[in-house]
Design a protein around this ligand. Structure first.
Ligand code: SF4
Length: 504
């Protein structure tokens, strides 16, 4: 079992700085993760790793000898939340040694070392060494620089659904990002894009299917930059210092290697996974508009084993704002048309997006342009973030910083538009069978392929099994209420949907 490998030599042949096993139950570790799905995936990988090395993994931090916190630094809010949590640990678990890792550690490593109870600070490039660092027990900071040769922290250790308590297996395929959007700190904290080796990913995918996971989620910092080119062949904006060179890179190098190879690494990987037999579906996490090929959209819209759910990190639908963000999508009208076309061609499919409101320089007219674009596409849901000034980014130095009150107003307006768009989408589905994976049994809840959270009252079911349902229009909290359907047969008036043979 090796952890942290992108084909580059990990610190030692076992990938963990020497294999060592503790006497079983010798040390209890608690894991906490703040932030994105990739952070949660990494915490799950660490958990599987600790268990395989003889540690006991506990949920209750008061029972832990060591508390590992995987942190986030994407917004000011995330940072203050992380800071507060680390500080609370020394009183909540006074006897425990604290290890802080993740983006907040990568950004503020030296500062965190002074926090009470913090024994170790481990950066993103050293995450794969965490078990060996703890075993070596000496305190300290491990904050290596991240470059194209740094290992991708991922794991081919698969804990079965019963032991993991999860019905979805998150498979991290890539880490880092080669772009450098003006407002974003991620490339500085996660480094350039590096991809996990395809062969080993396929083996891990097979393992997850064989262990009974019915849904595999492909995660990473920027999965659209997954590339078959292991190491050296791709260059990254992170190495460029001149803003003009960065802007030129963002335009010309979108998804290309130095040899000019077309993008498509993600589609190629997906095609490999789809050769695996079994009872599963694949869900993509977020995809950047610049990586959205027609092939990928068709795979999502038509392939019965790929969830009909696309989440696109759009951020804005105004060309001026996108230009200030250093996110050149080329022809924005064309992108809007392609997304609207996806909705039209696959009306039952979920199409969600991320948006940032209040980026420096965003005028009321520019925001109105975003509202018009969002309205034109008809997204089925959306996440709205208020711009957060991040030190070290180009946007932080820009004139025209927007007042919080204006950001709040714009966020509310966009959320309201997205809410109406979702209502419209849901109203189309009243007669359409959906497939959920039962996540909990009392009451039965689950998520459909097209990303609708449903609750099915009054029925019994076994966790991690398929259920065919139809939404009724009623809501309970964040869930759509649904009824269980017999195993097959379409109801009258159902809008065109993917064939649903696979899940029978
Ligand atoms: S694409 Fe832009 S916003 Fe996304 S991680 Fe890369 S630099 Fe950040």
């Amino acid at each position: 079992m090796r952890i942290g490998d992108n084909g580059n030599a990990a610190p030692s042949s076992t990938g963990l700085g020497g294999s060592y096993r503790l006497g079983v139950g010798a040390m209890a570790v608690a894991l906490r993760s703040i932030g994105c799905r990739t952070n949660q995936e990494e915490a799950a990988a660490l958990r599987a790793e600790f268990l395989s090395l003889g540690y006991s993994v506990v949920d209750d931090i008061e029972k832990a000898d060591v508390v590992v916190v995987n942190t986030c630094s994407v917004t000011l809010h995330a940072e203050s939340k992380t800071r507060r949590f680390i500080r609370s640990l020394s009183s909540a678990a006074p006897a425990a040694k604290i290890l802080v890792t993740g983006c907040f550690a990568q950004q503020h490593g030296v500062l965190i070392q002074k926090y009470p109870g913090v024994e170790w600070v481990v950066g993103n490039a050293d995450k794969h060494r965490i078990p060996s660092i703890i075993a070596a027990s000496g305190s300290g900071a491990y904050l290596s620089d991240i470059d194209t040769g740094s290992p991708v922290f991922w794991s081919d250790n698969v804990t079965d659904p019963t032991a993991s308590g999860r019905t979805r297996f998150s498979l991290k395929i890539q880490e880092g990002c080669d772009f450098r959007c003006a407002y974003c700190v991620v490339p500085m904290l996660r480094g350039p894009s590096r991809s996990a080796p395809k062969g080993r990913l396929v083996d891990t995918f097979k393992k997850a299917v064989d262990k009974g996971y019915k849904e595999i989620v492909l995660t990473g910092t920027h999965i659209g930059q997954y590339s078959q080119f292991i190491g050296g062949d791709c260059i990254s904006a992170v190495e460029l210092t001149d803003d003009a060179a960065v802007a030129e890179f963002n335009v010309n190098q979108c998804g290309r290697s130095q040899s000019g190879e077309q993008k498509g690494g993600l589609e190629a990987l997906l095609t490999e996974f789809l050769k695996v037999g079994g009872d599963y579906r694949i869900r993509l996490s977020s995809v950047d508009p610049r990586d959205l090929t027609d092939t990928l959209m068709a795979m999502v819209g038509e392939n019965p084993r790929v969830c009909d759910h696309l989440h696109v990190s759009v951020q804005s639908m105004c060309a001026e704002v996108l230009s200030r963000m250093d996110r050149p999508y080329g022809d924005l009208d064309l992108l809007t048309e392609r997304l609207r076309g996806f909705r039209e061609k696959y009306p039952a499919a979920g199409l969600g997006a991320d948006f940032v409101v209040g980026h420096p320089g965003e005028s009321d007219a520019m925001f109105e342009a975003t509202l018009r674009g969002v309205g034109a596409v008809g997204f089925t849901y959306g996440h709205v973030f208020r711009y957060s000034k991040r030190l070290g980014t180009k946007s932080a130095k820009m004139p025209g910083q927007i007042a919080e009150s204006v950001k709040k107003r714009r966020s509310a307006a966009l959320l309201e538009l997205l809410r109406k768009s979702r209502e419209n989408f849901l109203s189309l589905l009243f007669a359409c069978p959906l497939y959920i994976i039962v996540e909990s049994e009392g009451p039965v809840v689950g998520v459909s392929g097209n990303y609708i959270r449903v609750e099915v009252p009054g029925v019994m079911a076994t966790r991690n099994t398929w259920m065919r349902v139809v939404v009724t229009g009623e809501r309970r909290g964040g869930y759509c209420v649904a009824e269980r359907l017999p195993r097959s047969g379409l109801k009258a008036g159902c809008i065109p949907q993917k064939t649903e043979t696979v899940y029978e």
